[in-house]
Design a protein around this ligand. Sequence first.
Ligand code: NAD
Length: 339
Amino acid sequence: MTIPCTLIPGDGIGPEITDATLRILEAAGAPFAWDRQVAGMAAVKVANNPMPDATLDSIKRTNLALKGPLETPVGEGFRSVNVALRKSFDLYANVRPVRDIIPGGRFDNVDIVLVRENTEGLYAGIEHYIKVGEDDKAAAQSIALITRIGSERIIRYAFEYAVRHNRKKITLVHKANILKYSQGLFRSIGQEIAKEYEGRVAFDDRIIDACAMQLVMKPETFDVIVTTNMFGDILSDLISGLVGGLGLAPGANIGKHAAIFEAVHGTAPDIAGQGVANPSALLFAACLMLDHVGESERAQRIRGAAESLIREQQTVTRDLGGTASTSQFADAVIARMTA
Ligand code: NAD
């Protein structure tokens, strides 16, 4: 039986890491029937639209997608397609698990799952310029929208995730000392929900700035973090930096009806087209997708092969201090998996 899945290779290094990931998935016998679509700059080139209807229709049909990184112009230009996808399919939970794989690195025992609210906060897209005198852009305002419903569902998702994955503690990260209304609401809802899980999942809360410092000083003291959209975006890059960088960090965007899996990193324009990008983050995202469709055994086989290679530091890509190309790394994972 095959599982229909939309595939968006993406921009920059996207097509290279997607090819490598697909080869490994195929070697592992992953049951996906791919429906290949375009988005981002690749779609602007062929359809003059960063998010064509055909791509949206495909995800509506499959409710499942593996997506490479998409380029978003900074400042002017079209809005982020990633943000639009999350909003279109109401993918409210962004789950980013990070574990240290390489022993003897700067940090040991890092095993953190960051659960980021994905649809509200400062990324809700409520922005406008304010005209003063003749100046149309004398000021600009971005509104951080926090709702009770949005907060409840993401915090509950984090607690349920903790229960399902045998996690012990949730840390809610906020800035309620300054943003007393929006961040205060998020924090107080967390405190209410935590009472329902007393005795099963421990709960504490931290202010974002202190949390950033503690993550660098004592990352091993964190388990599951739940936070609002922008704090989650920033902290997840920070956490991936603790364990060897963006090349290893996968992410899942989960909604009630659909799920999109992707690497945390972007299009890496500085190395695109050179065949040297690390495909591990997208590969680990594909493993999260296998877990999601009930194929955890296959996911573990792939993770086991890739992680053992990364631990040995022999056939690894440049970002991990090696000299292997993207496809050499994929070949080595396949050889290890099928040995
Ligand atoms: P980036 O993640 O693309 O790159 C940051 C650094 O990490 C670069 O030095 C890059 O070479 C390196 N890097 C990233 N992925 C790597 C990999 N797999 N292997 C080896 N090295 C890797 O961040 P950026 O430069 O800030 O963003 C570039 C573009 O990507 C922007 O247009 C941005 O909007 C977009 N972006 C997209 C997504 C997404 O689609 N989910 C996420 C983040 C950024």
